[in-house]
Design a protein around this ligand. Structure first.
Ligand code: SF4
Ligand code: SF4
Length: 256
């Protein structure tokens, strides 16, 4: 597996190449830049009440409208860092990244767009399939997580993830958030802010994007016909990145 969504090689990508690799091929995603977007979703989406147990009837997911995602905006990334206590050490090839911005420009049309990439919370997660200890697991509501007590840092899951969504922690961590335990020698990834959604809140990236006036990230229950995310996915064109792999990501994109 070479070059697949190689984060260190992302910055400048020909749109056609990027899109081909992105949607159906097997290579790098680039940091995209696009035209200014306006507010996408004017509502904060749904989350389960705190007193309710995790339910298998729920499928938490995100719908990212890239027509609303500003190319220079990094609000979602900053919010994720602040919420979950991760940051870089000026080592782009190995720094932890739970979420990253990718920019694409179409040289023919001049069209540009920008999108955030995080763990896609797949229905059939390859990271879980290859984990030898059971540290990688999927909750019944679709959230894919890592049990840091079981993770031995073998990084099989990182190799198996086609979205390069996981990171290895190379440095000692002394400023962890209680809700997001992390440790040197283990693997990290977006938790879909499970600590927030279990309290009836929405993920930090979605909340920050909304507060910033973009509203490009909508969180909700993909299984609930009354949810805004369900209605939108049912009525507008959406894309699952690398849908050809059959992993059925819980993160959907509109506008690619
Ligand atoms: S995006 Fe990668 S890390 Fe996340 S569930 Fe899918 S395979 Fe696993
Ligand atoms: S859902 Fe939470 S953990 Fe995942 S990218 Fe958004 S802010 Fe980060």
């Amino acid at each position: 597996m070479t070059d697949t969504l190689d984060r260190a090689k992302e910055p400048e990508m020909d749109f056609d190449v990027a899109r081909r690799r992105f949607l159906s091929g097997g290579a790098a995603l680039g940091t995209l830049a696009l035209a200014p977007g306006v507010t996408l979703f004017a509502f904060p989406a749904e989350a389960k009440p705190a007193h309710e147990a995790t339910s298998g009837s729920v499928r938490w997911g995100l719908l990212v409208d890239i027509t609303k995602c500003e190319p220079e905006c990094n609000t979602c990334v900053k919010a994720c860092k602040a919420e979950n206590g991760w940051h870089g050490f000026d080592r782009p090839k190995t720094d932890v990244q739970w979420i990253r911005k990718v920019n694409v420009r179409d040289p023919k049309s001049g069209r540009k767009f920008s999108l955030p990439i995080m763990c896609q919370h797949c229905t059939a997660p390859t990271c879980v399939d290859v984990c030898p200890t059971g540290a990688s697991f999927k909750r019944v509501d679709g959230v894919v997580l890592v049990d840091k007590h079981l993770c031995i840092g073998c990084r099989y899951c990182m190799m198996a993830c086609p979205y390069k969504a996981r990171s290895f922690v190379h440095e000692a961590i002394d400023d962890q958030k209680p809700h997001a335990p992390r440790g040197k020698g283990t693997v990290d990834a977006c938790t879909l802010c499970v600590h927030r959604i279990d309290q009836g809140r929405i993920p930090a990236c979605a909340e920050a994007c909304l507060k910033d006036g973009h509203g490009a990230i909508l969180f909700g229950d993909l299984n609930d016909p009354t949810s805004e995310i369900h209605k939108r996915v049912a009525t507008i064109a959406t894309t699952q990145i690398r849908a050809d792999l059959g992993l059925d990501p819980g993160v959907r994109y509109h506008g690619i």
